[in-house]
Design a protein around this ligand. Structure first.
Ligand code: PRP
Ligand code: MG
Length: 182
């Protein structure tokens, strides 16, 4: 495999029982502090998407905003923020998704993408896939073509992939367990 992936994985801090008991939180802020690991992460996505005729990189608030814009600039695409509810001032569309307790929602500005544009969706992590599924629905409602979803971290057999409406999912590393760290 790609020799850069181990360094990326090791730069992600694992915080047990955050934000609640039983969760092994994958903290990408330590990846952002490590210039080589951060650059390698962006470069891998850029190398993958630069020749796929992508004109839209859609990033999911908040942690998708930490990777998406760098990728967009490098491949010559626009960046479209998919925001949590109530943040976008213009005409917008909304898609809700199911969480463990309750629902949340993502919004996108109408006019941010044109029919037929080819898009990738970028986020830090996929767990259930609910968040990515809402992002896909937003883009498809505007008749954009979602070429792929790209995440830094995801399980090898992501349950979420069943929720991605058949869209390809590209993942760099698996979540780390505490045993692997330190
Ligand atoms: C986290 C993560 C993904 C999403 C993955 O975001 O950054 O966006 O959950 O979960 P899923 O695959 O089960 O939908 P979160 O909403 O916690 O907030 P943040 O990115 O604003 O920190
Ligand atoms: Mg998120």
């Amino acid at each position: 495999g790609d020799p850069r992936l181990q360094g990326i994985s090791e730069a992600i801090r694992v915080v047990p029982h955050f934000p609640k008991k039983g969760i092994m939180f994958q903290d990408i802020t330590t990846l952002l502090l490590n210039h080589k690991a951060f650059k390698d992460t962006v470069d891998i996505f850029v190398d993958r998407y630069r020749d796929m005729d992508i004109s839209v990189v859609a990033g999911i608030e908040a942690r998708g905003f930490m990777f998406g814009p760098s990728i967009a600039l490098a491949i010559g695409a626009k960046f479209v923020p998919l925001r949590k509810p109530g943040k976008l001032p213009g005409e917008r569309i909304s898609e809700s998704y199911v969480l463990e307790y309750g629902t949340d929602c993502l919004e996108m500005h109408v006019g941010a993408v044109q029919p037929g544009e080819r898009a990738v969706v970028i986020d830090d992590l996929v767990a259930t896939g609910g968040t990515l599924s809402a992002a896909i629905r937003l883009l498809e409602r505007m008749d954009a073509k979602v070429v792929e979803c790209g995440c830094v971290i995801g399980l090898p057999e992501v349950k979420g992939q069943n929720r991605l409406n058949g869209k390809p999912l590209y993942i760099l590393v698996e979540p780390r367990e505490l045993e692997d760290c330190c």
